[in-house]
Design a protein around this ligand. Structure first.
Ligand code: AMP
Ligand code: GLY
Length: 424
């Protein structure tokens, strides 16, 4: 089987690494990939948003399955384009991917299906938004409804900050068309968890739980990032809670999308707040999470390629997922300055040595090969991931590996997985 994987982050290196373990894989291309994915297959220098070229490449190479990592091409309808060309593709249609790309649409689905989420109001006009926010005493969350690279959400404890955020999005248009509308949402309190499920249009197969670490600083301080680390499983998600999440959130979401005429296939990712009143949806993603995928796939024992094919063919009910019971922890190593401005091109040493530690895998994200050497090329550089018999041991193993990797301006959180350790 010939597979084309689209993307170039840590998530895609983890997917590529896992796909290479499948006896059914004959050839793997990654577009555009990174130096990590180059160890798993052949990188093809085509950007993720050049849908025409990606489809033409897949036709040329007689690709059997395209697997799409990031949200932008999904929302732009890349799966529809592959299918129109007669190529199987893993991921939702452009219409179904709006569950991530349009937060107003996802609220509509949630409302229609009584899915627990924060109360919210939608505005496309600053004066109305301002009057509404000013009329409230409680903290508010202001969200651009479109795709904003994970930066479109402002949690404002003071309503005056909420008004400022609304002004920046609606009047200054800091997110362009992605911020033509905003949601003003109640702030929810609790721990966040990421629940990812395979969905084939009808059947839902939930993966092991995970928790992300969005803020840049230890103890969840500072600006939000794409994610500074993750672990799986999240001990806060007991079996009973997982049943409740599937029953009250995942099943009605998939049913709601079907009723709306946009059946969902691919990975459905529910970002949840575990509030005192139970789990509430913060957002959906239409894809594997990054960095959650790194620890989740380290723990998956089943053949990922078989699972992806079963999703595409609508026969997820024939599949059983087997998991390594050992927890996994992923520590993201970033560039100094991220999520703001940062320098690139810093040579990295120690990846091979770290990779040789038992139970450790170093996933590349923002790396590049310059003059034959691996160097930094992005904000999130590496996802150092480790298994352990306990979550504390997985954490220790991951940080031991982190300690072996060096580059100028390396930054990382030192408290990844502490919440899980406290929850045990
Ligand atoms: P989203 O992209 O909607 O998940 O928002 C990004 C981050 O903002 C989430 O991971 C939360 O940390 C935070 N957030 C979003 N919505 C809320 C909410 N209603 N209450 C509290 N925090 C939120
Ligand atoms: N880790 C959050 C995301 O993938 O959007």
């Amino acid at each position: 089987m010939k597979v084309l994987l689209i993307g170039n982050g840590g998530r895609e290196h983890a997917i590529a690494w896992k796909l290479t373990q499948s006896p059914r894989l004959k050839q793997l291309f990654i577009a555009p990939g990174n130096p990590g994915t180059a160890q798993c297959g052949t990188n093809a220098q085509i950007p993720v948003d050049d849908i025409d070229r990606l489809v033409a490449f897949a036709k040329d190479q007689r690709i059997d399955l395209a697997v799409i990592g990031p949200e932008d091409p999904l929302a732009a309808g890349i799966v529809d384009a592959f299918e129109a060309a007669g190529i199987k593709a893993f991921g939702p249609s452009g219409a179904a991917a709006q569950i991530e790309a349009d937060k107003a649409f996802s609220k509509q689905i949630m409302r229609a299906s009584s899915i627990p989420t924060a109360e919210s109001r939608l505005f496309d006009n600053f004066e109305d938004a301002k009057a509404y926010i000013a009329s409230r005493d409680e903290p508010v969350v202001i969200k651009a409804t479109g795709l904003a690279k994970g930066k479109g959400v402002f949690v404002c404890d003071d309503p005056s900050d909420g008004i400022l955020a609304a002004e920046r999005i609606l009047c200054e248009k800091i997110f362009g068309a992605a911020g033509a509308k905003i949601l003003v949402e109640d702030k929810l309190l609790g721990q966040e968890v990421s629940i990812l499920a395979f969905v084939d249009g009808r059947n839902i197969y939930v993966m092991e739980s995970a928790q992300d670490h969005k803020p840049i600083g230890d103890n969840d301080t500072g600006d939000n990032t794409g994610g500074m680390g993750a672990y799986s499983p999240a001990p806060i998600v007991t079996d009973k809670l997982m049943d409740q999440i599937v029953r009250e959130i995942l099943v009605p979401t998939v049913d709601g999308l079907n009723r709306y005429g946009t059946p969902y296939r691919g990975v459905l990712y529910a970002g949840l707040m575990m509030t005192q009143g139970g789990p509430r949806v913060l957002e959906y993603n239409a894809r594997f999470g990054d960095p959650e995928t790194q620890p989740i796939l380290m723990r998956l024992k089943s053949d990922l390629l078989e699972v992806l094919l079963a999703v595409c063919d609508g026969r997820l009910d024939e599949i059983t997922l087997e998991w390594d019971p050992r927890p996994a922890v992923c520590v993201v190593m970033a560039s100094q300055g991220y999520p703001g401005k940062y320098e690139k091109g810093k040579p990295i040493t120690g990846i091979e040595q770290a990779d040789q530690l038992p139970g450790v895998k170093v996933f590349h994200a923002g790396t590049d090969r310059i003059d034959g050497r691996v160097a930094t090329s992005g904000g999130r550089v590496l996802g150092v991931t480790a298994l352990g018999t306990t979550i504390a041991e997985a954490k220790a193993n991951a940080y031991e590996a982190v300690g072996m990797i060096r580059y100028d301006g390396a930054c990382f959180r030192r408290d990844i997985a502490d919440k899980a350790i406290q929850n045990l």
